[in-house]
Design a protein around this ligand. Structure first.
Ligand SMILES: NC(=O)c1ccc[n+]([C@@H]2O[C@H](COP(=O)([O-])OP(=O)(O)OC[C@H]3O[C@@H](n4cnc5c(N)ncnc54)[C@H](O)[C@@H]3O)[C@@H](O)[C@H]2O)c1
Ligand SMILES: [Zn+2]
Ligand SMILES: [Zn+2]
Length: 366
């Protein structure tokens, strides 16, 4: 089968032929349909310090995918050949205190799909059945392919009650955009999203936010005036990993405000702790997705009409992976999807789903 592999230490990825994986005990084999390109994959292609310290090549990369089940190990229940599935990319130990207590997202021995074990940028992958999410609510394969980052957005956005609250989201990358869609959908009063990319802020405009603010030109305080907010934001969702964004957020929270922080800063940085103390701000770090409460939330949000299609801006056949990675690395687009289906042909980049695809479907032949 074809797979996108980090073959050896150094920059770049190669599309190569590798043996199809075989299902082990308790596992499921999946024919991959679509994959999403994540910041993690960009780090791996570039082979930066993080990748150098983390990866042990050769390894098939990628962790965001959708596909159809083609084989199920004996004894695996509730998953059938033909099911449309996504996968939780964090493989947990099942033995530590948190796993034993059912708090699997807090496992201290997590293994990452496409980072510590062969991943999803391939025609087939195998996964423990306990990491497979079956789409029982109809969902398009493109949207199913981004359940992993959608889960980051939902996990963060639902960390604190949002109904009637004024919400500040810093960072309009794919995850910030999805968080904005969720916050609006679940009944926040105002959602203000910030970035330094006009292209990304324009995408936010399609998601019904109250204000999409370019902080390279306008301060958050000025944005607050535009929305007639007097006391600051009730909830902050930090989704940029940028120190300045976190400092600005802290400075613009109401007393008793709550911040959920998903953005991963590259290094340590200082913040105004005196304000955090005297404004009695709560800060919660967020990693991954809750297994499987977040997954349940995601399916239900889509069932109830949440529309993520504006967030998916670019689609490429897997053969054109380098162009797809360059597009994702530009920092100006929404989510970039690779097509691994039989129909994928080089040079067939699509920016709109075909008519047949646009309709939500459970079609198992896609
Ligand atoms: N905690 C987790 O489990 C987890 C999982 C996935 C991603 N992440 C992190 O979450 C963040 C969002 O992910 P993404 O894929 O959307 O990333 P991204 O890099 O595509 O988006 C970040 C956005 O922040 C913007 N930005 C930069 N400086 C800013 C500033 N001062 N104010 C406002 N915005 C600013 C950038 O222009 C960019 O559009 C990243 O930091 C990523 O590393 C964390
Ligand atoms: Zn990801
Ligand atoms: Zn564990």
């Amino acid at each position: 089968m074809k797979a996108l592999v980090k073959e050896k230490a150094g920059p770049g990825l190669r599309l190569v032929d590798v043996p199809e994986p075989e299902v082990g005990p308790g596992e499921v084999k999946i024919r991959v349909l679509r994959t999403g390109i994540c910041g993690t994959d960009l780090h791996i292609r570039k082979y930066d310090d993080w990748a150098r310290q983390t990866l042990k090549p050769p390894i098939i990369v990628g962790h965001e995918f959708s596909g159809h089940v083609v084989e199920v190990a004996p004894g695996v229940e509730d998953i059938s050949v033909g099911d449309l599935v996504s996968g939780e990319g964090h493989l947990v130990c099942g033995k530590c205190r948190n796993c034993m207590a059912g708090r699997r997202h807090l496992c201290r021995n997590t293994i990452g799909l496409g980072v510590n074990r062969d991943g999803a940028f391939a025609e087939y992958l195998t996964l423990p059945a306990s990491n497979v999410w079956v789409h029982r609510v109809p969902v398009h394969p493109d949207v199913a392919a981004i359940f992993d980052p959608f889960g980051n957005a939902v996990h963060t956005a639902l960390s604190f009650p949002l109904v009637g609250e004024d919400v500040l989201i810093t960072g309009a990358g794919p995850i910030g955009l999805m968080a904005a869609a969720v916050a609006t959908h679940v009944g926040a009063r105002h959602v203000m999203i910030t970035d330094v990319s006009d292209e990304r802020l324009a995408l936010a405009g399609k998601l019904g936010v109250s204000l999409a603010l370019n902080v390279s030109r306008t301060t958050i305080g000025e944005g607050m005036c535009q929305l007639h907010l007097r006391e600051g934001f009730d909830v902050g969702l930090e989704m940029s990993g940028n120190p300045a964004a976190m400092r600005d957020m802290i400075a613009n929270m109401t007393h008793g405000g709550k911040i959920a922080m998903l953005g991963l800063p590259a290094e340590e940085f200082a913040v105004d702790w005196a304000t955090i103390v005297t404004s009695m701000i709560t800060i919660k770090g967020v990693y991954g997705r809750e297994m499987y409460e977040t997954w349940y939330n995601m399916s239900v949000l889509l069932e109830k009409g949440l529309d993520l299609t504006p967030v998916i801006t670019d689609r490429f056949p897997y053969q054109d992976f380098d162009a797809a990675f360059d597009t994702a690395a530009s920092g100006r687009t929404g989510k970039v999807i690779l097509d691994w289906s039989e129909e994928a042909r080089p040079g067939r980049a699509r920016n709109e789903p075909t008519e047949a695809e646009a309709a939500p479907t459970m079609d198992r032949s896609a």
